[in-house]
Design a protein around this ligand. Structure first.
Ligand code: UT7
Length: 330
């Protein structure tokens, strides 16, 4: 087993107070609470207001992490931000957060890996620590997906929600086996068009047609994405365990990306982790893309599901396709 370079220290999250239930969707779309619960496990999701920007949600989560670590924004060496729904396309979401935090000493940049974004960002942060480019790397994952989803498309609208999570990656303070034990990242760009936003970028710049043909919004071939998610998350679990020199029996808590309870159950089954060791909040948040594992991690810590000395595995899958995993001794 490798000697950990970096550990995660402190967690934070933000959930918009507005809860939207499945029944509310059944009033505006041809869907039902029963269908959404049976096919996805989702009961409700959070919907941000106009005032709750991506950066505001990220800031709320980040401030909790700073406070827990007794740091000020000026102590940050880097901000790595994972999001697929930034407030604006230029500059990065990380730079906007840096400005509102007043984290003057930090390098700030985004990681674009969709729902795998938090785990990719943790990987990048670990690399910054290992290469001694900084000591305090803030990782934020936040999404305002309700602003880029098609509210008239029942195949996608019922799935997504908003929120943010954050943690600090820093050099291992006191070995005791704590820290990042393994990590894995993989992508397959040839399958991009199964889950993407066709319009609004440089090849299809903004035009009135983007809104009328709905190409500005997230499009997904659900069934194909489902199959790829199950296979890729299985691969990611295998890789993270193997690289850490561990087996499923060593995992105290599995925190998978929260897209669909059926994908979570298939992933846990493949990994050999019983469901009572799997953190699930997809019922309350829906799919918050990059933010999903970050929010779940904060909940797991704050509710005592994840305690010091435990071994936790993150596993994610998302648009790209991208998939990733990480084993951390907490
Ligand atoms: O976060 C990144 C990755 N994202 C995911 O991992 C999501 C992966 N995909 C999924 O979770 C599932 O594929 C969905 C939840 C999106 C869909 O579930 P499914 O069991 O794969 O359903 P389906 O797409 O095969 O659709 C079954 C039926 C279709 O009707 P027909 O063709 O059988 O008549 C759909 O039109 O369900 C219909 N349908 C709905 N019915 C009621 C699709 N969406 C809805 C809806 N309400 N919201």
């Amino acid at each position: 087993m490798k000697r950990p370079f970096a550990e995660l220290s402190g967690t934070g999250s933000y959930a918009p107070p507005r809860v939207m239930t499945n029944d509310e969707f059944s009033k505006i779309l041809d869907t039902s609470d029963q269908w959404i619960r049976d096919r996805t496990g989702i009961r409700e999701r959070r919907v941000s207001s106009k005032e709750e920007s991506n950066a505001c949600m990220g800031k709320a989560a980040a401030l909790q992490v700073l406070e827990e670590n007794g740091l000020t924004p000026m102590d940050l060496d880097a901000i790595v931000y994972a999001t697929a729904s930034p407030d604006r396309l230029l500059p990065s979401q990380a730079c906007d957060l840096q400005a509102i935090l007043g984290a003057k000493n930090a390098a700030a940049f985004d990681v674009g890996a969709a729902c795998s974004g938090f785990v990719f960002a943790l990987n990048v942060a670990e690399g910054l620590i290992a290469s001694e480019q900084g000591k305090n790397v803030l990782v934020v994952a936040a999404e305002k997906l309700t602003s880029i989803m098609d509210w008239s498309d029942r195949t996608t609208a019922v799935l997504f929600g908003d929120g943010a999570g954050a943690t600090l990656v820093r050099p291992v303070a006191n070995s005791k086996g704590r820290g990042i034990l393994s990590s894995y990242m993989k992508s397959d760009g040839t399958l991009a068009e199964l889950l993407y936003r066709p319009g609004g970028g440089a090849t299809h710049p903004p035009s009135p047609e983007l809104l009328t043909d709905h190409s500005y919004y997230i499009k997904m071939a659900g069934r194909e994405v489902f199959k790829a998610a199950v296979l890729s998350m299985a691969d990611a679990c295998d890789q993270a365990l193997q690289r850490a020199g561990l087996t499923a029996g060593d995992i105290d808590l599995l925190i998978p990306h929260q897209a669909n309870i059926r994908i979570i159950e298939a992933t846990a089954k493949h990994a050999g982790v019983p469901m009572d060791k799997v953190y699930v909040n997809v019922d309350r948040f829906g799919n918050t893309s990059a933010a999903s594992i970050a929010i779940a991690l904060d909940e797991a810590v704050k509710t005592g599901r994840l305690k010091a000395g435990m071994t936790v595995m993150f596993v994610a899958f998302g648009a790209g396709f991208t998939w990733a995993s990480m084993v951390v001794r907490w």
